[in-house]
Design a protein around this ligand. Structure first.
Ligand code: HEC
Ligand code: HEC
Ligand code: HEC
Ligand code: HEC
Ligand code: HEC
Ligand code: HEC
Ligand code: HEC
Ligand code: HEC
Length: 476
């Protein structure tokens, strides 16, 4: 009681002191404009938190929100019956600020975001990857959750936030700014996955680092790909020419030095508005074992893959000619088709056969060949496809198709053959025979004939000749 009274007095003193300050001064904690332009609730939050939470107060003070008199209460207010509402210094507030809260003022962005794959990224429970975190890596639990998922998957994809009996947020589920977080108020996602609070600074969200928390690593290295691409090189070499702080940011009008992730996937072009529907301009899905072109359903309407691709081309055309862009897509499709037809579809066929015939168990990851196959499509095959999509030759080749090929010929095929041999030993002669027929059919295709020795002699000879000629370059 005593403490509360002291805090209240201190707040009142702070309010009076700050109220007397110069309203036009730069927004810093030391030199803050009068609070009296804020709502009367936010005046109190700000006055007390100025001392209690210096860092976040300062960040808010530097934000456009501060400039627009959007205070603490405007974002943190809650109705008393909301599941995550707490009583705090006489106010009903919620620590969580969800898309639903932002929607009071930014309904368009929230609507677009909510329709995107980002907003549903928390729904990964049934996925194969999820078995890794929950079972293969996990099983020693934290409040009913796997620590591997809590500090891993969920920090990117989003947790299912739980409010505990006493009203506090369950530490197994929060802090969390995963992009598809499932919030107690029924909304999905977190806007501060990209817009760091409390600055909510647009220049920070436009930078590739904003996406790089999640879009990196062995299975989706978009950040690394960008860094090694001509686009990334142009960005880092010309950051000061990117006009990142400008409120209008139309490619080709307000900047032209380089595109960032946001430029291609979100930001405005002369023809297109900004979109928070992150899949709006992509035609393939490069994530599954076999890539497909997607005609995606968006808020009731279907947008064809061609229409999505046309929108992406509008971005490119701010800096490139149509021939350049068309040819790029021919090259990109070439890699995806090669990966799909040469390695992925045969791989899917082999894995399906093993499962159907009971040569591996229905449980994921308990047979060696399942790990081999996972590396092939989930890591290496994605890397090759992503590298081709975003201009990173090293990811297409050495981190990509080279490893796909090595995995296919030196692991997947031999492990498949071993399983057929085991089947033979177990008396499943007929199954083994059918398995060999399947493999033989795959390896007899022209693209695999080099490996099975079924290449025509003329082709072999021509290659040997070319190799001899290549060697001569060094002799000269
Ligand atoms: C009289 C001082 C005071 C006032 C007024 C006040 N707060 Fe706080 N608030 C605190 C203190 C102290 C803490 C705890 C800080 C800590 O744990 O480091 C806190 C914590 C919080 C938290 C985190 C709670 C949690 O459980 O993690 C939020 C969010 C918050 N305040 C928002 C607000 C908002 C919004 C308002 C205005 C409606 C407000 N506060 C008014 C003093 C105040
Ligand atoms: C534009 C909306 C917005 C405004 C304005 C705002 N906040 Fe927040 N605040 C957020 C978001 C978003 C989070 C992240 C919470 C979550 O995980 O959902 C947050 C988190 C917090 C937290 C917990 C974070 C931590 O690191 O402990 C506190 C405390 C807090 N805000 C206090 C304040 C105070 C005090 C003010 C005013 C000076 C303020 N907020 C203004 C959106 C806002
Ligand atoms: C009460 C209304 C209100 C709420 C709630 C609110 N905002 Fe804002 N926001 C504004 C206004 C007004 C501006 C424009 C300020 C300007 O342009 O000067 C703005 C600007 C922004 C900007 C652009 C900043 C820049 O640098 O140009 C971002 C990003 C943003 N808000 C994100 C959010 C997010 C995320 C939330 C929820 C966590 C949120 N806002 C909640 C009113 C609000
Ligand atoms: C570093 C952040 C990060 C972590 C950690 C992470 N993911 Fe992901 N995940 C992503 C991103 C980014 C994508 C989208 C990749 C793309 O589009 O290329 C993705 C894609 C996926 C997909 C494919 C979704 C689809 O629509 O096809 C699944 C399923 C998935 N992740 C599950 C998991 C699980 C389960 C874990 C933990 C074992 C996990 N992820 C860990 C960032 C992460
Ligand atoms: C995937 C990252 C990402 C997420 C998640 C995200 N934003 Fe943004 N947002 C951006 C980027 C990048 C920009 C800058 C676009 C530009 O100016 O070209 C932006 C711009 C904005 C703007 C300024 C728009 C304008 O017309 O100038 C607002 C407001 C905003 N976001 C609100 C939100 C809200 C609300 C959410 C949550 C529903 C959200 N954002 C989620 C990346 C994101
Ligand atoms: C907090 C983590 C996180 C951040 C930050 C993030 N993403 Fe994502 N993104 C994901 C996850 C997870 C997925 C996969 C969602 C799914 O399908 O389940 C994804 C999917 C995507 C997709 C595929 C969408 C589709 O419809 O298939 C694109 C494109 C994308 N993100 C671009 C971006 C860009 C650009 C940024 C930065 C401006 C960004 N992301 C920031 C986690 C993130
Ligand atoms: C020059 C434009 C450009 C830039 C810059 C760019 N992308 Fe892309 N991105 C593309 C294109 C083109 C595709 C493939 C589109 C298609 O499928 O038709 C793509 C595809 C993607 C996908 C979909 C992958 C999947 O698995 O389906 C994600 C995720 C993504 N980009 C994220 C990012 C991130 C994160 C960055 C920054 C680190 C970035 N992009 C930078 C143009 C760009
Ligand atoms: C803001 C301008 C800008 C935009 C938008 C842009 N690019 Fe580029 N692009 C560049 C610059 C600058 C280079 C480097 C040129 C050089 O090095 O000579 C480049 C280079 C390239 C290259 C050559 C890569 C290499 O290694 O030589 C390709 C291919 C390419 N862009 C495709 C695209 C595609 C496809 C899009 C749209 C999805 C796109 N660009 C959007 C500016 C842009």
């Amino acid at each position: 009681m005593k403490l509360l009274k002291w805090v209240a007095i201190k707040a009142a003193v702070a309010l009076i002191a700050l109220g007397a300050m110069n309203a036009s001064a730069a927004p810093t904690a030391q030199n803050l404009k009068a609070f009296d332009v804020l709502s009367k609730e936010s005046q109190q939050c700000a006055a007390c938190h100025k001392d209690k939470s210096r860092g976040l107060f300062q960040q808010w003070g530097e934000s456009k929100h501060y400039g627009a008199n959007v205070g603490c209460y405007e974002c943190h207010q809650a109705k008393p019956n909301e599941p995550d509402a707490i009583k705090h210094e006489g106010f009903n507030i919620s620590v969580l600020v969800t898309p639903k809260d932002c929607a009071q003022c930014h309904s368009r962005e929230v609507e677009e975001f909510t329709a995107s794959h980002h907003a549903s990224a928390g729904k990964i429970l049934g996925s194969l990857d999820n078995m890794l975190a929950e079972v293969v890596e996990g099983k020693i639990m934290l409040n009913g959750a796997s620590p591997a998922a809590v500090s891993g998957c969920a920090q990117c994809h989003g947790s299912v936030i739980k409010v505990m009996e006493n009203g506090d947020l369950d530490p197994a589920t929060w802090p969390n700014s995963g992009i598809g977080r499932i919030n107690p108020d029924g909304s999905n996602g977190s806007c501060n996955a990209c817009h760091q609070r409390h600055e909510f600074d647009i220049k920070q969200a436009r930078r590739p680092e904003a996406c790089g928390k999640c879009h990196l690593g062995p299975d989706h290295p978009q950040k690394e790909i960008y860094e090694e691409s001509k686009h990334g090189i142009a960005f880092y070499g010309n950051v000061e020419e990117m006009n990142l702080t400008s409120s209008k940011w139309v490619v080709g009008e307000d900047y032209d030095a380089a595109p960032t992730c946001a430029t291609c996937h979100m930001s405005a072009t002369k023809e297109l508005p900004i979109t928070h529907e992150i899949g709006d301009r992509i035609s393939w899905t490069l994530r599954p074992p076999v890539s497909e072109k997607i005609d995606a359903k968006q808020r009731g309407k279907v947008k064809s893959w061609e229409a999505r691709r046309d929108d992406m081309k509008k971005v490119c055309s701010a800096c490139h000619t149509s021939t350049w862009v068309e040819n790029f897509y021919v090259q990109f499709d070439g890699v995806v088709n090669l990966y799909n037809d040469k390695f992925a579809k045969p791989g899917v066929g082999m894995m399906k056969f093993l499962k159907k015939e009971g040569l591996i168990t229905p449980t994921g990851f308990d047979d060696k060949i399942e790990w081999t196959w996972f590396y092939l499509w989930h890591h290496e095959g994605r890397r090759a496809r992503h590298g081709a999509a975003m201009n990173a030759p090293d990811y297409v080749q050495w981190h990509g198709l080279f490893e796909v090929a090595e995995r296919f010929y030196t692991e997947l095929v031999p492990e498949f053959e071993e399983l057929l041999e085991e089947a033979d030993h177990d008396g499943k002669k007929d199954v083994a025979k059918r398995g060999r027929k399947l493999l033989d059919e795959i390896l007899s295709r022209p693209e695999h004939a080099w490996f099975s020795g079924k290449e025509p002699e003329a082709v072999k000879k021509a290659r040997l000749k070319a190799q001899e000629e290549f060697k001569k370059r060094y002799a000269q």
